[in-house]
Design a protein around this ligand. Structure first.
Ligand code: GRF
Length: 208
């Protein structure tokens, strides 16, 4: 399967997925990295590893409509099967969601539907979790629809919130789980092991 990864930051999930494609645990190839920040760590890693980088959105002046169709065209030309959002902080254009139905995943660093939506990103998520007194947190992987963090939940992992955690401590514990979870889920995706229940809930079939 042909994968596009979207990143705005350090790209540690992107790196974990790319390494998994190289060692064969994911039966797919990362064919393009899309980023809104050309100077981010994810873009640097892509360039070092010979993965083409596409900047999106490019400039504020160009119309969003034109850019969205441009991006759709590029991804179609590259014959992309799945889009993986990994710390991409811009809303995905509706046009892209419509062209890739049930083919776009995002990872979020809380147990959705708690602590999700616009405004919940980065350390803000972990600060809010700690302030709430919740005893558990963890990453969620979900399909992407037209809103932030509202698409169908596909997978979650749980980590404890410890008594004297700082947001940075909790972020590190969740991020560590994210890498393994995202790799496992992308492996399932590439092996066509995602099935849809009649009520629209996606399920993962375990390996035979
Ligand atoms: C992760 O915490 C992810 O859940 C969130 O953005 C962060 C990306 O981290 N959506 P990285 O760039 O993969 O290191």
């Amino acid at each position: 399967k042909r994968l596009a990864v979207f990143v705005s930051g350090g790209g540690s999930n992107f790196k974990a997925i790319h390494e998994a494609t190289l060692n064969g645990s994911v039966l797919g190839d990362v064919v393009v990295l899309v980023t809104n920040k050309g100077g981010c760590g994810g873009a640097a890693y892509a360039k070092e590893n010979g993965i083409p980088v596409v900047l999106f959105p490019r400039t504020k002046e160009e119309s969003q409509q034109f850019l969205s169709s441009d991006l759709v065209t590029t991804l179609r030309e590259l014959e992309v099967d799945f889009i993986l959002l990994a710390g991409y902080l811009k809303l995905i254009p509706v046009e892209l969601v419509q062209h890739f139905p049930k083919r776009i995943l995002n990872i979020h660093p809380s147990l959705l539907p708690a602590f999700g939506g616009k405004g919940y990103y980065g350390l803000k998520v972990h600060k809010a979790v700690i302030a709430s007194g919740a005893r558990y947190s963890g990453p969620t992987i979900h399909f992407v629809d037209e809103e932030y963090d509202t698409g169908r939940i596909l997978a979650q992992r749980v980590v404890p919130v410890c008594a004297f955690d700082t947001p940075e401590d909790l972020a590190a514990r969740v991020l560590h789980e994210e890498h393994q979870l995202y790799v496992d889920i992308v492996a399932a995706l590439c092996e066509d092991r995602i099935i849809w229940r009649d009520d629209g809930v996606p399920l993962i079939q375990s390996k035979e």
